[in-house]
Design a protein around this ligand. Sequence first.
Ligand code: NAP
Length: 260
Amino acid sequence: MSASTSGELAGKVAIVTGAGSGIGFAIAQLFAEHGAAVAINYLSSGKDADELAQKIERDGGNAVALQADVSSKPAVESLVASVVDRFGKLDVLVNNAGIEQSQPLLEIDEENWDRTIAVDLKGPFLCLQAAGRQMRRGDGGSIINISSIHEDFPFPGFTPYAAAKGGLRMLMRNASLELAPYKIRVNNIAPGAIATPINAATLANPAKVERLQQIVPLQRMGKPEEVAQVALFLASERSSYVTGSTYYVDGGIVQHAEAL
Ligand code: NAP
């Protein structure tokens, strides 16, 4: 099976991790609409990932839902191998899978620290390495990490998350230099407050939503589709001279540099 022949990503093959919900789901959907063959990775959202893959195929695209825990090296290697086996190559990786758990700094337990770093930092590294090795054999590629405004700005109560996203910033910057000779571009997208399941507690609390509306210059939370548009740009040839950068999709909130 090959990728589609029309659209901005026609002929491209993409993996989106954590694509059974939220931002990853929107990215996988948009990439498919623009002609990419898409591997929809998930951990527990198998039903939603399968339904998205089936919808893309019904609409004439190419997609597959594949389970893998991004923190497991064998699982990641098997994910990349399955995609290459099915679609023949790999052009785009979106490191989107991520978790967060709130604990005050002095109460953070080892399990929270280890799991958050494993999913949010080691996972993108494992995926980048496996995908990069594959892209090096081909015509290069584009690797996009969904980091966070907290790759740069503190997030009290979420230290493991901020440490992982800060690490993801330096992973991206190092990788952009080491992989440039192979024509592999590496960039980050740093979302602000986006309405997805990861923010379920905030979305269920009208006072918090109102507070966000007050401190976000554009006066609202973002939509997953708005993050996906920037991912489309970074995946496409329109960004052919872009590497080593972070793109904020945050409604202007970092201009306040205020902890949420
Ligand atoms: P979400 O809907 O909770 O999505 C997170 C996804 O990560 C889920 O689909 C989940 O998969 C997947 N995941 C978790 N652990 C995984 C693992 N070990 N292996 C594979 N997949 C795993 O929340 P989201 O907002 O779309 O988050 C997507 C990314 O955006 C995250 O990296 C997050 O840090 C980042 N981000 C979000 C915001 C925001 O405001 N929403 C802001 C800044 C950054 P399953 O459901 O299949 O278990």
